[in-house]
Design a protein around this ligand. Structure first.
Ligand SMILES: *Cc1c(COP(=O)(O)O)cnc(C)c1O
Length: 392
């Protein structure tokens, strides 16, 4: 079986440097909040064009930390897509707020701005919940329509957060999502474009006060320099709790791993784009749709996702030919038992529901050899004939 995401290939490329980086952490014995954490945060901020990057335990916590730092909670409505990984809506419910599901654009799978506008207006009219925030998702690695989403957010006085767990490093018209959002969150889960060797996450923001609150919240609400101001505290400020926080730190070991991975990340994004372009050129005649990236956008290709009317049969055919595939996502969040009670925007979920029936993600990673790409393309092409026979 070909690999869906080949983490071994990357290990081979950076193996020696990675081993020394990890050994250095072992020897340093500063396993929590060691020097690599600060160093990584600085490099990550620089890469992401942000004034502040705050690392944390995972990509789910990253969004929770932003919502909590913005004091979003019970009585608040947070607008998010339904066609996404569950964490996007889970965090809203976790802080006690209400996720309101908004349909996606059928071509890009990112939040559709006019549907968002209609959902906000509907919520405002009902006056049951206070519209507070929008979580845009860079699904499969591609940037959401940030200029349009930002305009809607500004018009209604909402904050825009970008959940870039899959899309960290993506751009639209040479700008990163953070150019339009109050904060960008990401995940370092191993299979994400920028992954570590375990769980990890981060928040990027240009808002200093927000960064400071997040820094405090991730370490049990510790007092920050900003909290202390002129006041002196004779002990470790960790032991002065200014707010109810949590434990959500990135391990020093993972920070060391990420420093090495960040060095090659831009090059890996280029490689993914070359592979995606070749896939699209050669797969277009054989599928209902190859992925479409928003005009002016650069995707990080967390997933390469096609559409096919006979998705499940194509998937079985590929499996029989040694090609693994995945369905992201088979059940939209508004149809999940856990989220079915939450409101849906007034324009409904037609695009989301249609996509869930047709999407199929193919093997994608920066080290996918041309021969393996050809194996994938050949197996998809051979389904045309096989499929036609069975249908006849
Ligand atoms: C993976 C993912 C998350 C959560 O990240 P974890 O590190 O697994 O907690 C959040 N949102 C989206 C869109 C994701 O793909």
């Amino acid at each position: 079986m070909l690999a869906f995401v080949d983490l071994h290939a990357q290990r081979r490329r950076i193996g020696d440097r990675m081993t020394s980086a990890v050994l250095e952490v072992l020897e340093g014995a500063s396993y929590i909040m060691g020097p690599q954490v600060k160093a990584f945060e600085q490099q990550l901020a620089e890469f992401g064009g942000a004034r502040h990057a705050i690392s944390c335990a995972n990509g789910t916590d990253a969004i929770v930390l932003v919502l909590r730092a913005l004091k979003i909670g019970p009585g608040d409505a947070v607008f998010c897509p339904s066609f996404t990984f569950s964490a996007t809506a889970e965090v809203v419910a976790l802080v006690g707020a209400t996720p309101v599901f908004v349909d996606v654009d059928p071509a890009t799978y990112t939040m559709e701005p006019s549907h968002l506008q209609a959902a906000i207006e509907e919520m405002a009219k009902e006056a049951r919940l206070v519209p507070r925030a929008i979580i845009a998702v860079d699904l499969f690695g591609q940037p959401a329509d940030y200029p349009a989403l930002e305009a809607v957010a500004l018009a209604h006085g909402l904050v825009l957060i970008s959940d870039s767990a899959q899309g960290f490093g993506c751009q639209l018209n040479d700008r990163q999502p953070l150019a339009h959002a109050i904060a960008t969150t990401t995940s370092f889960f191993p299979a994400k474009p920028l992954g570590c060797y375990g769980d990890g996450g981060a928040v990027l923001t240009n808002d200093e006060a927000l960064a400071d609150r997040i820094d405090s919240l991730r370490v049990h609400g510790k007092a920050t320099k900003r909290d202390l101001g002129e006041r002196t505290f004779d002990h470790d400020p960790k032991y002065l709790n200014m707010r109810v926080g949590t434990n959500s730190r990135l391990d020093t070991m993972q920070a060391a791993v990420l420093i090495e991975k960040l060095r090659i990340f831009a090059d890996e994004i280029d490689a993914r784009n070359r592979i995606a372009a070749r896939y699209s050129e050669l797969l277009a005649p054989h599928v209902d749709r190859v992925p479409k990236v928003i005009s002016g956008g650069v995707s990080t290709w967390a997933q390469y996702t096609i559409e096919h009317q006979e998705r499940d049969r194509l998937s079985a055919h590929l499996k029989a030919h040694g090609i693994p595939t995945a369905v992201y996502y088979p059940v939209p969040l508004h149809q999940q038992p856990a989220y079915a009670e939450y409101p849906v925007g007034p324009r409904g979920m037609a695009n989301t529901e249609a996509a869930a029936l047709k999407v199929l993600s193919l093997p994608m990673h920066p080290y996918l050899l041309e021969a393996d790409q050809d194996a994938v393309i050949g197996a998809v092409a051979s389904f045309d004939g096989a499929g036609a026979e069975k249908r006849a």
